[in-house]
Design a protein around this ligand. Structure first.
Ligand code: ADP
Length: 609
């Protein structure tokens, strides 16, 4: 019985402990390691929201810490019975270390719990060690003189188990990283964790084994250095893979280590004044450390807030994108609806226009003057409606990317002259004058003559509409319209030329504010209704889309209200032949939506260019 015996040393501390036999390294190496490993494990536990892997890491840190404390106690406990008890319980904490290591590595890498049979196996091993600890299998007797137990085979079995576990972890890492499915980053993570855990276990088991075998217990002191390595590795992983917050962990670990080291000194100091000084240093370290940790915490919180804001922003961006897509779809449906409705309106309107015209021409017999006035209104209104519907159809074609262009080479001068001629009766009717000026040379352009006619007609028609009429045929002040076609150098180039069409009038003019948005959809100047009641504000929008779709430019100039306006259309001059057979006419559909600012994305329909 060891009950009444004491190990060497006096019962100086709490009537039980004597620190003088313990090697200094014991406090310096063991205590900070306990603090660091526990701090890290606790931090990860909170950060990882109490996940299984973080609980297992805490389990590993706790069992390791208790093991270390038990070893320290063995060095300093004087009563033999107590010391013997500490020796006897060692295997229990020792076995928990490889068990938690294996379990943790598996869960960390597989992201799931181990199978029930594996749990049962690990539990069985732990339980056997627990049951065998107080038996001769663990310690045969206690040597009071040297204050150490004569060990049975149990601890050696555990060392072997630790060694096998470390090899198993290493092999597991090698097999896992051989898989081609994993990303390189994941592989490095696996390599780091498995090698770290296995190095820790190997150092731990070998140092214990040597120490025990050759009775050189100071070798045991190097065992926990493996834990430092393992913790360092976890720290590195945290930095590399940004698993947790590095700065905070580093600061906390550093502060804990510092405080632990200063605190450990208190155990060796024999002079009162030194004791006091160290006490002060310790207190100062605790305060400064606390402040430092708090400032880092604040910074980290701010960063986390920024990160979460960024995440929210990304989420709302995604939402906006979806909503935008839905809106685009809705817009397309709306355009399609307008297109169908306009088509449906066209046929009855043609009938109205046709019959009104026939009635006016007397195809159904003479028409009374009273009725003629009414039929005239019907005819004029139907003409206006035709224009509106044409504009709608053109817009829907443009917006749906279905605008089709038939390209040929023609003379813009000739085209403009024809338009002017066609409009002459209209001009006369309003008591205005129109003049056409043809510049020198030919004015060939490569475009869609039908669409360009539509654009030129629209501009000339506008000049007539927005120039106040004159009732007096001899009026010298009567409004005028001038149409001019000429060739101009394109930009600074001396070789390339543009063909420019200018339509100017002496009409109501345009104020600068309206001028900037004149070519937008549904834009009409405030005073437009006075001279032309029935406009829609669509003609210029369609004109711009067509001109730009054909590679030209269109703009308006005016010195202001009442000062007349000038509309200019420019196309690059073409050197091609004017005479083209029908089969040489190229056609393409403009597909880019919604504004056709450049001639790009041409879909050539007949495979010709
Ligand atoms: P609408 O003539 O049907 O209103 P447009 O798109 O052809 O539609 O013209 C848009 C607006 O531009 C007109 O309402 C008018 O205010 C202005 N505008 C067009 N041409 C002239 C012009 N020659 N002189 C003055 N204003 C004009």
């Amino acid at each position: 019985m060891v009950n009444n015996f004491n190990c060497p040393g006096d019962l100086s501390l709490f009537g039980t402990f004597d620190l003088s036999y313990a090697p200094t390294l014991l406090f310096y190496s063991y205590i900070p390691i306990i603090f660091i490993s526990l701090a890290l494990a606790l931090f990860i536990l909170i950060k990882d929201q109490f996940s299984l892997q973080s609980k297992l890491l805490l389990g590993l840190s706790l069992s390791f810490s208790v093991w270390v404390i038990n070893i320290i106690l063995q060095w300093i406990t004087v009563p033999a019975y107590l010391n013997y008890f500490e020796w006897q319980i060692t295997p229990f904490f020792e076995i928990l270390i490889p068990i938690f290591s294996v379990y943790f590595v598996y869960v960390f890498l597989e992201k799931r719990d181990i199978e029930i049979w594996a749990k049962a196996f690990l539990a069985m091993i732990t339980l056997s060690v627990f049951v065998l600890s107080p038996t001769k299998f663990n310690s045969i007797s206690f040597d009071v003189l040297n204050c150490q137990a004569n060990l049975g085979p149990l601890l050696y079995c555990i060392y072997i188990f630790e060694f096998i576990s470390s090899i198993a972890i290493l092999l597991y890492g090698v097999i896992k990283t051989a898989s081609k499915k994993l990303a390189e980053e994941e592989k490095s993570q696996i390599r780091l964790l498995t090698s770290g855990a296995s190095i820790f276990l190997v150092i731990f088991s070998l140092s214990n084994m040597f120490g025990e075998t050759f009775n050189t217990y100071s070798i045991n002191l190097f065992g926990p250095i493996g834990m430092v390595l393992f913790i360092g590795l976890l720290g590195y992983m945290i930095v590399r893979f940004k698993a947790f917050n590095v700065k905070l962990i580093a600061t906390q670990a550093f502060m804990f280590a510092l405080i632990a080291m200063i605190g450990a000194q208190l155990f060796f100091i024999k002079i009162a004044i030194n004791f006091l000084l160290t006490g002060f240093t310790l207190a100062a370290s605790v305060i400064v450390g606390g402040l430092l940790i708090r400032s880092v915490e604040r910074e980290v919180a701010q960063r986390e807030e920024i990160e979460s804001l960024a995440k929210n922003l990304a989420k709302s961006n995604d939402k906006l994108f979806t909503v935008n897509e839905q809106l685009k779809e809705l817009n397309k449906q709306k355009t399609e609806f307008v297109s169908i409705a306009s088509h449906q309106l066209r046929s009855p309107l043609t009938a109205i226009k046709g019959y009104a015209s026939m009635l006016l021409e007397g195809s159904f017999g003479p028409v009374e003057d009273k009725a003629r006035g009414a039929i005239d209104v019907i005819f004029e209104s139907s003409l206006r409606l035709v224009t509106v519907i044409e504009d709608f159809l053109n817009i829907t074609r443009i917006e749906l990317g279905k605008m089709k262009y038939e390209i040929s080479v023609f003379d813009l001068g000739q085209l403009a002259q024809t338009v002017v001629k066609d409009q002459e009766p209209n001009v006369k009717k309003r008591g205005l004058t129109i003049e056409f000026q043809d510049g020198t040379g030919n004015h060939q352009i490569s475009a869609d003559s039908g669409k360009v006619t539509q654009v030129v007609s629209n501009i000339v028609d506008n000049s007539i509409k927005y120039t106040p009429p004159s009732t007096d045929a001899e009026d010298k002040q009567a409004g005028w319209i001038k149409v001019k076609v000429e060739n101009l150098p394109a930009g600074r180039s001396k070789t390339k030329e543009n063909v420019r069409l200018t339509v100017s009038d002496s009409g109501i003019g345009i104020d600068p504010a309206t001028l900037t948005k004149l070519f937008d959809k549904f834009v009409r100047a405030d005073d437009a209704g006075k001279t032309n009641i029935s406009g829609t504000g669509l003609g210029l929008y369609v004109a711009k889309q067509i001109v730009e779709g054909l590679g030209g430019k269109i703009w308006a100039e005016s010195e202001g209200k009442g000062k007349g306006s000038t509309f200019i259309v420019e196309f690059p001059r073409s050197s091609g032949e004017v005479t083209k057979t029908k089969s040489q006419v190229e056609s393409y559909t403009k597909t880019d939506l919604p504004t056709l600012s450049k001639v790009e994305g041409k879909t050539l329909q007949n495979g010709k260019k």
